[in-house]
Design a protein around this ligand. Structure first.
Ligand SMILES: [Zn+2]
Length: 425
C-alpha cells in the first residue's frame, strides 16, 4: 500500500531529521552523599551541562528538546536538589535548571533504552566540601552506607568462557552485575560500586584497587563456569585461599579465571604478587572468616533460585580476591558450558532472580554478622541530617510517613538543622 507508506514517511520525517526530543518524566533519588536526577526522554539528545554558583545551580541545555513545563516544575525532588525549572532556550532548545541546596560536583550522561525504560538523561550530583562543613561528630559510631563492590568478570578483549551457542561470560555477568547494582541502589543502607560497568578490560589488580579506593565494605566478583564436557551444572561460591585450593577442580577454576590478566597483557607472575602474598597482614585471618560467612549466605540464597554445583563454599587462589581486606567472594553463577544453563544465563528474568538472590545473601550476612550500630543507616533507627536533606526525602528513604517522623522527633516545622540526629520510627 504505497499511499499508507507515504503517510508514514510524512509523520516520521521530522524525527528522522533530528528535531524535537521530549522529556516524559523526572525522577530523583538521594542518599547521604549523592543525588541522582533522571529525565526520561523520547529519544537520544545532545546535551550540555554546567554549574553556576551564588546560588548553586546545575544547568542542562538539551538541543531540539521540549517539555510540558508543569511536568518539570512540579517534579518532586530530594537530596541536594531543591527545585527543578525548565524553559525554552535559543528558540528550539530546552534549558533545565536544578536549584541546589549547596555546592556539588555534577556529571551527566545519556543511558540507552533497556527493559521498560527508553532513553534517559542522568544527572549525578555529589555534595562537595562536605567534611569541612559538617559539624563535629558526637556519635561514637561511624554511620554510613555499606559499599558493595560488584565485579563483573572479564570484559573487553577477554570474553571469559564461551557457551555452546556462542554466549560470552563477560556479557551475562555484566547483565547480572547491572541488575544487582540497581537493586542495591534501592536498598536502604547500601550503595553499589560497579568495578566494570561496560564491555571493557580491567586488569585484576586494578579491580581490587578500585574497591579499596572507594572504601568498599564487600567485594563480589561475578563469573560463569565452564568445563570441557557440557554436563556440569549449578552455581558455586568461592573464597580466597592462601594455602591452596580446597579441591582440584577449584584449583583448575582459579587458574582459568586468573589467566584473564594474560589476555590484557599483564603477567600475574611478577614479584609484587608474591611479595604481597608473603606480607599479608594479620587482619587477613578475620577477612578469610568473614568471606566464608558472606559466601555461605550467598550460596544458600542461590540455592533457592537454581541448582548448586557444590553444597559448600570452596576455596582457591583467586587473584581478584587477593589482598582485599574486606569480605570478598567469587560467584560462579552457573555453567555457561551447559546448554540449558547458557540459555538461562541469557534470560533477563533469570538474571534478575540471580541478582535478587545475591542481594538477599548480602542482607543475610549483614543482619547476622555486622555490628548494627555502625550500619544503622538501613536497619537502624537513627539518621543524622546532612546538608541538602529534606524531611520528605528522609521519610521516603525510610518508607515512613512524614507525620510519624515529625512526631518521633518533636518537629513543628520542616526546618532541619544539619547534624541533628533523627529517630526513625
Ligand atoms: Zn570468569
Amino acid at each position: 500500500m504505497p499511499r499508507l507508506l507515504f503517510i508514514f514517511l510524512m509523520v516520521l520525517s521530522p524525527m528522522a531529521l533530528g528535531s524535537t526530543v521530549s522529556i516524559m518524566g523526572v525522577r530523583t533519588w538521594a542518599d547521604s552523599e549523592h543525588t541522582r536526577v533522571v529525565f526520561d526522554l523520547t529519544g537520544p539528545a545532545d546535551h550540555n551541562l554546567f554549574t553556576l554558583i551564588e546560588p548553586h545551580r546545575v544547568v542542562v541545555d538539551l538541543k531540539n528538546a521540549s517539555v510540558a513545563p508543569q511536568l518539570v516544575n512540579g517534579a518532586e525532588v530530594q537530596g541536594l536538589v531543591q527545585r527543578i525549572r525548565a524553559g525554552v532556550h535559543d528558540r528550539n532548545d530546552l534549558r533545565v535548571v536544578l536549584d541546589l541546596a549547596g555546592e556539588a560536583r555534577a556529571k551527566s550522561f545519556i543511558v540507552k533504552p533497556s527493559g521498560n525504560h527508553g532513553y534517559r538523561l542522568v544527572v549525578d550530583l555529589q555534595g562537595a566540601a562536605r567534611q569541612a562543613a559538617a559539624p563535629v561528630k558526637t556519635l561514637p559510631a561511624v554511620r554510613r552506607d555499606l559499599v558493595i563492590a560488584i565485579d563483573a568478570g572479564h570484559g573487553g578483549a577477554d570474553p571469559g568462557a564461551i557457551g555452546p551457542r556462542g554466549t560470552y561470560e563477560k556479557d551475562v555477568v555484566l547483565g547480572v552485575a547491572k541488575k544487582l547494582a540497581q537493586l542495591i541502589e534501592k536498598e536502604p543502607g547500601m550503595r553499589p560500586l560497579m568495578i566494570r560497568d561496560r564491555d571493557v578490560y580491567i586488569p585484576l589488580r586494578n579491580r581490587k584497587e578500585k574497591a579499596r579506593q572507594h572504601k568498599a565494605d564487600m567485594f563480589i566478583s561475578l563469573h560463569a563456569d565452564a568445563v570441557a564436557r557440557g554436563g556440569a551444572q549449578g552455581a558455586s561460591v568461592y573464597t580466597l585461599s592462601e594455602r591452596g585450593a580446597s579441591t582440584e577442580s577449584a584449583r583448575l577454576l582459579a587458574e582459568r579465571e586468573n589467566s584473564a590478566d594474560l589476555v590484557g597483557g599483564v603477567s600475574l607472575n611478577d614479584k609484587d604478587d608474591l611479595v604481597a602474598s608473603v606480607l599479608l597482614d594479620l587482619s587477613r585471618a578475620a577477612t578469610v572468616e568473614s568471606s566464608l560467612q558472606l559466601a555461605d549466605a550467598i550460596l544458600r540464597r542461590l540455592g533457592g533460585v537454581g541448582k548448586l554445583h557444590k553444597p559448600r563454599v570452596e576455596q582457591a587462589g583467586f587473584v581478584v580476591l587477593k589482598s582485599l581486606d574486606v569480605p570478598s567472594v567469587l560467584v560462579e553463577l552457573a555453567f555457561i558450558s551447559n546448554p540449558t544453563e547458557e540459555r538461562r544465563l541469557q534470560n533477563d528474568a533469570h538474571q534478575w532472580r540471580l541478582a535478587r538472590a545475591i542481594l538477599a545473601g548480602v542482607r543475610d550476612y549483614r543482619d547476622q554478622y555486622l555490628p548494627q550500630p555502625r550500619y544503622a543507616v538501613g536497619g537502624g533507627r537513627e539518621y543524622t541530617v546532612k546538608p541538602g536533606d529534606t524531611l520528605v526525602g528522609i521519610a521516603r528513604r525510610y518508607e515512613v510517613s512524614l507525620d510519624s517522623l515529625r512526631n518521633a522527633n518533636g518537629l513543628n516545622s520542616d526546618l532541619l538543622p544539619v547534624g541533628r540526629t533523627l529517630l526513625i520510627p
